[in-house]
Design a protein. Sequence first.
Length: 290
Amino acid sequence: MDTSLTWQDNGATSIGKALSIVDFVGSKGPCRLTEISEHTGMPRSTLLRVIATLIDFGFLRRAERWEYRIGLKLWRIGCTALDYENLHEMVLPALRKLVTETSETALYSVYDGGRAVYLEKVEGLHPIRAYAMVGGHSPTYATASGKCLLAWRPEDEIARIGAEAERFTAATRVGSKAVLLSAAEVRRDGFAVNRGEWREGVWGVAAPVFGRDLLPVAAISLTGPKDRVEPQISRFSRAVRVAARELSMHHGCVLPEESAEPLRESTPTKSRRAEHHRSSSSHRSPRTKK
């Protein structure tokens, strides 16, 4: 049974128009304006107005090549409806293991419009620990998880975020050149470190979780006070890379077990990212090369 919504099916109500767009983009994936217009039958002026409203509310977002994608807000709503069951099953064991190994707070984050959004958290075992809230967000250029999510974005996007960066502490790296350099270091090392760059005295270590398109879909991190994290950077970085490799396997990307390090490649250009996204539609799970 075809349950897809169309403008004609739902009359001329604003809700019907919005739902028809969300349903189509959510089912098909990234769509151009012409594709949405052909499916819904809406006049271009009406379509642009409804899409603009959906973007304002976070239900849609603009992607590359003038395409539209489902916004992270809809994903959050869907997870709420499912009681986060699938995410819990995949992520929570990895976070709990990290806390057991390190005693520090462990976080699972995703990228959303230049920010890192925390989807899961397991509190550390110390009475004094870093504060982070599920559903909260942080700047990608100033946190360990954010740096991992930002590092494989298009170079012009990284440069723009760097140019707009706000200095939170004396350690915050701002400006296009500094943030581009930071991204290159993350790609080189396979992990990121936050040295009190967002909150004074709060450090963190993170590694990217890759999907089958060989691009980060999330980041897994440890965070805590400087005096506990700084002496343990080597051990913590190894722990988050091992956890990230295991989670990457759940997303269809197999990374080298002996190194537990993700890809070490230059920042994808727009054309290379498009090529990666096309490859993600295949049924093969690509493997990284040593």
